[in-house]
Design a protein around this ligand. Structure first.
Ligand SMILES: [Ca+2]
Ligand SMILES: [Ca+2]
Ligand SMILES: [Ca+2]
Length: 634
């Protein structure tokens, strides 16, 4: 219950009300309902019918709903998936998974010329692998005059197919590739086509350590491994030197002695950059990790959402003529409502996201200006007389010689008495001046709320700050003759019309709220209260998109060790295993958008340092489906 209507509050709190007055026309034993009805009746008699839904000058100020911080901003990455143990690249389908490794750029004419300038030079008899790659692309660079006689390019040739008996044809061997050889499939066929030199193939878990080719001769196929590897302008190239036997003197035209010029077929080998694989312990190409810095800046603002001067009437305690006591000066205060809220700006990955408002609360500044009542009165928790520093029998800032109050009343002229309080207000409920609690005490020590009545005569009015209030025991109509038309027509701003100045209290103390308003601090005035900022960095060891079981991902080249904490971003629950299906982390529930996982031992660290981990969903709140978008080291 956010508001206490006068009637409702009485019903809840006391039930039976005994008025303190003895000289008015309200029954001494009236219930609040009866008393209120009497006030309503008198009010209507004085001012006429009350317009429906009269707000008595109070604004409608509903509390803002805060916005929770959103989930982490979208992570960078590309869609990749793994295809186990294949040297096929591109559209090869295996278990419904496709590789999506970035294809190397096509060879340019300038590059080809630079490569040929090296390989056209006579070379040595043998060369060694200077690239030492296991995952790599093979790309056509150049097909020389003898290239058309060569096919079945293979790498990782541990058998050593070198034919050394040349030119003794009797010693030839008709070699065939074995399972130890890694033939670059789907590669040779296009070699002679018009765009042959744009050919490209991915080798996975293979090796750049040996290169060989077949040459077709009438006497049978032979395998040669005449190759040369060079690093040119930072890139690796393999040149092949053609050789062919004669099977017999009759086939002498087939014979082609090698010339140690490795320009008959030239290839480029490009380190593969991607992810995948579920077998072996290949030397994988791992990108370097990168740092993400997240800067969070929180600024607290405050904005004036309501501003006004409140006139209160505690007529129920009237001891004089009730009619004259409707002076609406029993408590007079200026009120200002500040809405405080935080805005959070998160700068991350080169972009900034704003969250908020959050942490919304309201501050109520009260400038007590007068009290023309002699009962205990409180605004929020503050006793009005006490705040003015006077006893309860004193009236403050309402008396003039024109007042109709009898002489037994004490009166004082005082400066404004200021105080503030803050409170949280439920979103969508009243946060305006009308929600400021105002209590008066009646006989029986019950503090009753001068609530914002939604019908009948009002116990409080709200006017613009600066408006003067009636002097003691002068009916508000005798100070503001248009008050009656305000009662029937809320848009009638009676205080801007006629007034009887001698019936208004013109020596009002200075209100700091009025001063502020005159200096431009009106409704919607916005101030920055404070700003704080902090930054944190994480090391990104993987970013991408994984959602299927047995998705192998290649971690960036980070040195994991026990004691580090990893943060997995995504949804669902996953299990992480190594390339041998040995569990590393059995359950990572990313129910809140991420999950922190502690590397607790060297075994886990070693499994991560192997570079490839395989991720699967495990049963959780959303079944076994999951998404994984990023892994960072905190
Ligand atoms: Ca040659
Ligand atoms: Ca009064
Ligand atoms: Ca009064």
């Amino acid at each position: 219950m956010k508001k206490y209507l006068f009637n409702g509050a009485m019903a809840l709190i006391v039930g039976v009300f005994i008025v303190s007055c003895s000289h008015d026309d309200i029954s001494q034993t009236a219930t609040v309902d009866q008393m209120s009805k009497s006030f309503d009746e008198l009010f209507t008699e004085l001012y006429g019918p009350i317009a429906e839904n009269h707000n008595w000058g109070f604004n409608t100020v509903l509390a803002e709903a805060g916005v929770d911080d959103a989930a982490e901003a979208a992570t960078r990455g590309t869609t990749r998936s793994a295809q186990p143990n294949s040297n096929q690249w591109g559209t090869h389908d295996d278990n419904d998974k496709y590789l999506d490794w970035p294809k190397p750029a096509d060879i340019t004419d300038t590059e080809r010329a630079a490569v040929l300038a090296v390989f056209n030079q006579r070379g040595a008899e043998s060369y060694t692998d200077i690239a030492n790659l296991r995952d790599f692309f093979v790309q056509q660079v150049y097909c020389g005059p003898n290239g058309s006689k060569m096919n079945e390019l293979a790498c990782w040739d541990p058998q050593g197919h070198e034919v050394t008996e040349y030119p003794d044809w009797n010693g030839y061997q008709a070699y065939t590739y074995t399972t130890n050889d890694d033939i670059v499939n789907n590669f040779n066929a296009g070699k002679y086509s018009g765009n042959a030199e744009q050919g490209c193939m991915l080798m996975w878990y293979s090796s750049t350590s040996q290169w060989s080719f077949k040459t077709s001769q009438s006497g049978g196929e032979r395998i040669y491994d005449h190759w040369r590897m060079e690093k040119i302008n930072g890139n690796y190239y393999v040149g092949l030197d053609h050789e062919a036997w004669r099977q017999a003197p009759a086939n002498a035209n087939e014979e082609d002695k090698r010339d140690y010029i490795y320009n008959d077929w030239i290839l480029k080998i490009v380190p593969g950059q991607g992810q995948g694989g579920n077998s072996g312990t290949p030397t994988i190409v791992r990108e370097e990790p990168y740092t993400e810095t997240k800067t969070t800046t929180t600024t607290t603002y405050r904005k004036i959402v309501d501003l006004g001067r409140v006139f209160c009437e505690d007529i129920a305690t009237a001891t004089m003529n009730v009619k004259e006591d409707i002076d609406y000066n029993d408590i007079v205060f200026d009120a200002r409502v500040w809405e405080y809220y935080d805005m959070t700006y998160i700068s991350e990955n080169g972009s900034s996201t704003t969250y908020g408002p959050s942490n919304i609360y309201y501050q109520y500044d009260i400038n007590l200006l007068a009290t023309g009542g002699t009962i205990e009165e409180k605004v929020n928790d503050t006793d009005v007389h006490n705040k003015f520093g006077v006893g309860q029998t004193f009236m403050v800032n309402t008396w003039t010689p024109n007042s109709k109050a009898y002489g037994q009343y004490n009166t004082k002229t005082m400066e404004a008495a200021n105080f503030s309080y803050t409170k949280y207000v439920a979103a969508g409920t009243d946060a305006g001046i009308s929600s400021i609690p105002i209590y008066v005490k009646y006989k029986g020590n019950n503090m009753l709320a001068l609530g914002d009545k939604t019908s009948g005569a009002p116990y409080k009015l709200c006017l613009p700050v600066g408006k003067l209030w009636p002097i003691e025991r002068v009916n508000i109509r005798d100070a503001y003759p248009d008050f009656g038309s305000f009662v029937s027509s809320p848009s009638n701003t009676f205080y801007d019309g006629k007034n009887v100045i001698e019936n208004l209290y013109t020596q009002a103390p200075t209100s700091s709220i009025e001063t502020d308003k005159n200096n431009g601090k009106g409704i919607d005035y916005l101030e920055t209260v404070s700003t704080s900022s902090n930054s944190s960095s994480v090391t990104v060891v993987w970013a991408g998109s994984a959602s299927e079981d047995n998705t192998a991902i290649t971690l960036r080249n980070y040195s994991f060790s026990a004691g580090k904490t990893l943060r997995f971003y995504g949804s669902g629950t996953i299990r992480v295993v190594d390339s041998s299906s040995q569990g590393i982390f059995e359950s990572i529930p990313m129910s809140g958008g991420y999950c922190d996982v502690y590397i607790s031992n060297d075994t886990q660290a070693a499994a991560l340092n192997a570079g490839i981990i395989t991720v699967s969903g495990v049963s959780g709140s959303n079944g076994s489906s999951y998404t994984l978008t990023k892994i960072v080291v905190l």
